[in-house]
Write a protein that binds this ligand. Structure first.
Ligand SMILES: Nc1nc2c(ncn2[C@@H]2O[C@H](COP(=O)(O)OP(=O)(O)OP(=O)(O)O)[C@@H](O)[C@H]2O)c(=O)[nH]1
Ligand SMILES: C[S@@+](CC[C@H](N)C(=O)[O-])C[C@H]1O[C@@H](n2cnc3c(N)ncnc32)[C@H](O)[C@@H]1O
Ligand code: SF4
Ligand code: SF4
Length: 323
């Protein structure tokens, strides 16, 4: 079992397979030109897998593949199959912007992927194009449908930003409710790489919008394996809010992140990281495990977005860390 320096059990590994992306979301990486290709020094799938294997042996029960946009990396289905074949009862999931799903959803499901979280900030074409700085909505909706048709369990992630898609919260909620997808609204996490002017809706503002149409929803007892607080309507439909500006989910933090270049990152907020690259490339797996344990020992207690009234801004890029 993996335990961090604050006694928290860590059983969730998020693996970013690339920092490249085909979108330029305003809250994530708005300034990079579309032609920008990062100089990535990627760990091969085989080397990433060596680390995933030993992490599973040490107690990891949930593996999420993310990015950047993970579907931009060729052969992702083969990588998923490697993990699935090693331990098929792992909660094996992917987070994606959905744009490339129409052609790969079925392949991913057949490879062993169980769940998929797809970003959908709005159902308005112009707003989607403004947020991602590219005309994306139609293809993303096709991607969501392809994932559904393939039998993948779907969650939707939506970051409501004031003056851009805050007007669309109810419409996104309605869409998800009708389709039977859980939606999580994520508070914008102040980030050095985002557009300066961005302000997210906080959970109280979100709840006020939702109760204007649905006055009766109740809080669901917290599942500590997820960063979201869930709420339930009278008909049983549940939606979630991810509220990093309250630090209560950090006290149950169960996760560690591995980047495409082989850095282990103890917290989404902070820059700290240690590399396992040399160890896995040279098959010194015990050394990689020692590094993992050292990183967990030094995992911070909580983020700084929760520091009240002080707009703390993280310098760690979401597109490198995988959100
Ligand atoms: N502050 C903070 N936010 C997180 C953390 N993990 C996830 N998030 C936020 O939640 C978003 C959605 O995460 P997902 O990639 O869908 O994964 P998840 O919420 O763990 O997914 P489930 O396993 O379906 O609960 C991320 O992009 C972040 O914005 C975390 O450890 N800290
Ligand atoms: C970094 S992306 C990587 C996976 C994929 N490209 C996608 O967009 O789903 C993962 C998640 O991070 C969220 N995200 C990115 N920047 C954020 C920020 N500054 N605050 C809150 N969430 C953010 C996105 O909405 C997305 O749901
Ligand atoms: S949130 Fe995802 S889709 Fe948007 S720019 Fe970041 S990595 Fe790309
Ligand atoms: S912000 Fe850091 S400590 Fe808090 S839940 Fe996320 S990774 Fe864990």
């Amino acid at each position: 079992m993996l335990i961090d320096g604050f006694g928290r059990k860590v059983d969730y590994l998020r693996v970013s397979v690339t920092e490249r992306c085909n979108f330029r979301c305003q809250y994530c990486m708005p300034e990079k030109p579309f032609s920008w290709v990062p100089k990535e020094n990627l760990l091969s799938y085989e080397d990433l897998f060596k680390f995933i294997k030993v992490s599973i042996d040490e107690g990891i029960k949930k593996v999420r593949i993310t990015g950047g946009e993970p579907l931009l990396r060729e052969g992702l289905d083969i990588f998923i199959k490697m993990v699935f074949d090693y331990k098929n009862d792992i909660d094996l999931a992917l987070t994606t912007n959905g744009f490339l799903l129409p052609r790969v959803a079925k392949k991913l499901k057949d490879a062993g992927l169980k769940r998929i979280n797809i970003s959908l900030d709005t159902l308005d074409h112009a707003t989607a194009a403004k947020m991602a700085q590219k005309d994306v909505l139609e293809t993303v909706l096709e991607g969501i449908q392809a994932a559904d048709d393939a039998g993948l369990k779907i969650k939707i992630n939506c970051v409501p930003v004031k003056g851009i898609n805050d007007k669309d919260v109810l419409e996104v909620l309605e869409f998800c409710r009708k389709k039977g997808y859980v939606v999580r609204f994520i508070e914008f996490m102040e980030n050095y790489h985002a557009k300066d002017s961005i302000k997210g809706l906080n959970s109280d503002e979100l709840k006020a919008i939702i109760s204007s149409k649905y006055p009766d929803f109740e809080m669901v007892p917290r599942d500590t394996s997820s960063p979201a607080q869930y709420y339930r309507f009278e008909d049983g439909y549940e939606f979630g809010i991810i509220e990093p500006h309250k630090d209560d989910f950090c006290s149950a933090c169960n996760r560690i992140r591995l980047t495409a270049e082989g850095y282990l990152i103890p917290c989404l907020y902070f820059e700290d990281a240690m590399s396992i690259k040399d160890a896995v490339q040279n098959n010194r797996i015990d050394e990689a495990v020692d590094i993992l344990k050292k990183v967990l020992q030094n995992k911070p207690e909580k983020n700084k977005w929760s520091v009240k009234d002080d707009n703390e801004v993280s310098t760690r890029a979401f597109y490198q860390t995988g959100g």
